[in-house]
Design a protein around this ligand. Structure first.
Ligand SMILES: Nc1nc2c(c(=O)[nH]1)N[C@H]1C(S)=C(S)[C@@H](COP(=O)(O)O)O[C@H]1N2
Ligand SMILES: [Mo]
Length: 428
């Protein structure tokens, strides 16, 4: 059974999400600091209290066991929406983006999506088979793959169903549930091109079937050109071995393309001359258009962004100076700019891009904001290096209708109320 999906938080209902006390505390910190500064002018602040932790030595080194975050951070966890899927084995848990610091998603918080649960794959027994239209079919053990020249790259993975529940209306009052099917990590592994050069692709080999070793045998068709361009066979994640949730011991990374093609526990790459039209690219992961036809092979993830503070889980408190924070990403390349609006898209201000701005990676943006205590409608709009501008939900519905589940990259609106609480809304 999937622990994450059946643990104590399993009963968490998306419709009932309210900020916890700790979240309220955090959100109020900026305002609190301003208030403190005001008070300091009147009377000198009291020296720090000699709390119990200041009076004795603490426990010794955390050695010979795996280290964990402070237990005060115990609410920063993946969460799932039990009514969303039939079983925890065909489920998804969402990244708590409201608590993500910086562009790297901690491995224990990286969203998970399984079609048949999480297999326990023995790395000593795991094999990657490469066959089909190749000169030299091969069966690789993990130690063979780890021997090849390697690279490390920071990339996001996003399920195209991220935001899929919001096509018709705003119904999940939570950043974690509207946007949490994304994570960004530092991945280490081998370029697929390195291995495909070893086996030699025959000239007619234009497509590849990539298949997982899980019970779902998740299989997708990918053009060989994409595999040779920037795909990786990944065994490292954020400085350690790939996590079981992410496909231990080996996963395919397809930078900038929808999460589904990033096959976990990968065991087979078959080269052919046409796509296979598997279940996951016909009955699933296609988009029903208003004219009744379905769009297929919509792999590319276009520019998207979201404000992570404030958000429903991280409200504001007293009026004063805050920093609006968020993430932007594009499957087409680098983020060029992010604009932020506090009046529902009437006026826009360019945000500051902070830290690393990498292709097909989450990018951090910030903008100072003096909240006057009045209602506000916060939005962010990403623009990538190809010039693509993130659309509004109205524009997206006009283009694709409301039957689509996948690829909702629309601008998110957070409504800030006078009492500081924040709600997921859509502007008509
Ligand atoms: N073998 C296998 N690979 C898989 C899946 C799966 O169920 N089995 N789920 C896919 C889907 S739908 C997504 S969105 C991503 C999620 O990656 P993550 O679980 O590492 O976040 O993995 C993809 N790769
Ligand atoms: Mo997915």
């Amino acid at each position: 059974m999937d622990q994450e999906a059946t643990g104590p938080q399993a009963g968490h209902d998306a419709r009932l999400v309210r900020p916890g006390r700790r979240a309220m505390f955090r959100a109020g910190m900026a305002a609190g600091m301003v208030a403190l500064a005001g008070r300091a002018r009147a009377e000198a602040p009291a020296p720090p209290a000699d709390d119990p932790w200041s009076q004795t030595p603490g426990p010794g080194v955390v050695s010979r066991v795996y280290g964990h975050p402070s237990h005060f951070e115990k609410d920063v966890i993946r969460r799932n929406v039990p009514f969303l899927t039939a079983t925890p084995q065909s489920s998804v848990s969402f990244t708590p983006l409201q608590s993500q610091q910086g562009i790297i998603t901690a491995s224990g918080l990286f969203f998970e999506r399984y079609h048949a649960g999480r297999p326990t794959v023995d790395p000593a027994k795991h094999r990657l088979m490469i066959h089909g239209m190749v000169e030299q079919p091969r069966l690789y053990a993990m130690r063979d793959i780890e021997r090849f020249p390697s690279i490390s790259r920071i990339h996001f993975i996003e399920c195209p169903a991220n935001g899929g529940m919001e096509w018709r209306a705003a119904q999940l009052n939570s950043l974690q549930f509207t946007h949490g099917m994304i994570g960004c990590a530092d991945w280490t592994g081998v370029k697929v091109s390195t291995i495909l050069e070893e086996v030699g692709i025959k000239p007619e080999g234009k497509w590849a079937l990539v298949e997982g070793a899980d019970g779902a045998h998740m299989a997708r068709s990918i053009p060989v050109s994409k595999l040779l361009d920037d795909c990786m066979l990944v065994y490292g994640q954020n400085g350690e071995a790939l996590r079981p949730e992410q496909g231990y011991p080996l996963r395919l990374l397809v930078p900038g393309w929808q999460g589904n093609v990033n096959v976990k526990w990968i065991r087979r790459i078959q080269i052919g001359d046409q796509p296979w039209f598997t279940r996951e690219e016909t009955s699933k992961y296609t988009e029903l258009m208003p004219d009744g036809k379905a769009r297929g092979f919509t792999w590319k993830l276009y520019a998207k962004s979201v404000i992570t503070f404030p958000c429903p889980e991280m409200p504001v408190n007293a009026p004063g100076l805050y920093e609006i924070r968020g993430f932007a990403w594009s499957g087409l390349g680098r983020i060029k700019a992010v604009d932020v609006s506090i009046d529902g898209g009437v006026n826009w201000t360019r945000a500051r891009l902070d830290g690393l701005v990498l292709p097909k990676a989450m990018t951090r943006f910030t903008l100072p904001w003096r909240w006057d205590g009045k209602p506000a409608l916060l939005q962010s709009r990403a623009i990538d290096e190809t010039g693509f501008v993130q659309p509004t939900i109205t524009e997206l519905r006009a283009a694709r209708g409301v039957n689509a589940i996948y690829n909702n990259n629309s601008i998110q609106t957070w409504q800030v109320k006078e009492n500081g609480s924040v709600f997921d809304v859509q502007l008509g």
